[in-house]
Design a protein around this ligand. Structure first.
Ligand SMILES: [Zn+2]
Length: 279
């Protein structure tokens, strides 16, 4: 069971122990909106139970912050709600969903039976740059600021509440995850995000405590540091091991971040995309 905190008028953050995840719920009178749907049907059902406990009306709108399994594999349980996401979020789930199901099941065997029941259900409402939707007249802004944690991270703004959902572009209390990242773009994207954060804005990361401006600028500094270190390794000023020692993340994350940065500097990520596009 998750715990709900009302961070603004009818805007709730649900905190889940599994991956220290944040789910955002916006309650209207007759319909609710949720940001992300968790990892499996079992987890999604738990979220639906928690929403009922909160007194939420039926969920009419789902938004996926990006196409990762822990944010979107619960989608099917929320139908007939509409599901919003970036156009490449839908592509990611369609093209990589099965592969990810197998990878995660191998890595987390306890979750395998639940993962086997996932019905992949990508967003049916997509956009490329930005769009505005309404929940009973309340304005919800969806925007894509550039590549970062993936090539399909979006932010969700609720202007009347001064709330900004950042998905996994930001993680609080754990290092960011670089497995699908574009480390050279990520700081540029977060800089654009930071420009939208006011002194009282509540920023909800994909994982960890909601926070404010200082958290965003600290995260930005870390992402910039990794990109800069990757460039120095690429230019042979540093070895990977030397860069890891001064990187702002623990060893495993630092190595993954640096390797991914080097791959992007060598043009391998763009090449990969080209191949995917061609296929
Ligand atoms: Zn993610």
């Amino acid at each position: 069971m998750g715990t709900w905190t009302e961070i603004a008028d009818r805007v709730f953050v649900g905190r889940y122990r599994f991956l220290d995840q944040d789910i955002v719920a916006v309650l209207g009178r007759d319909s609710a909106l949720v940001v992300d749907t968790r990892s499996t049907p079992r987890q999604a059902r738990e979220l639906l139970d928690d929403l009922r406990e909160l007194g939420a009306p039926r969920v009419g709108i789902v938004i996926n912050t990006h196409g990762h399994w822990d944010h979107a594999f619960g989608n099917a349980l929320f139908r007939p709600a509409v599901i919003w996401g970036h156009e490449r979020c839908a592509t990611m789930i369609r093209e990589l969903g099965e592969e990810r199901r197998a990878e995660v099941a191998a890595k987390l065997p306890d979750l395998a039976p639940d993962l086997a029941e996932v019905v992949l259900d990508p967003p049916d409402r997509t956009f490329a740059r930005e769009t505005v939707i309404e929940l009973e007249g309340r304005r919800i802004e969806l925007g894509y600021l550039g590549r970062g944690h993936t090539d399909n991270d979006i932010i969700i703004g609720i202007p009347d509440a001064d709330v900004l959902c950042a998905g996994d572009l930001l993680e609080n209390g754990a290092p960011p995850s670089f497995g699908d990242a574009y480390p050279l773009d990520w700081p540029v994207t977060v800089r654009a995000l930071a420009a939208l954060v006011g002194p009282r804005t509540m920023v909800v990361p994909g994982h960890g405590d909601p926070a404010g401006r200082a958290f965003v600028s600290d995260s930005l500094a870390d992402l910039e540091a990794v990109a800069a270190l990757g460039r120095r390794v690429h230019d042979r000023e540093l070895t990977v091991d030397e860069a890891m020692e001064v990187a702002p993340f623990p060893a495993r994350s630092a190595r993954e971040a640096l390797e991914r940065t080097l791959a992007q500097l060598r043009g391998e990520l763009a090449q990969l995309r080209g191949e995917l596009d061609a296929g």
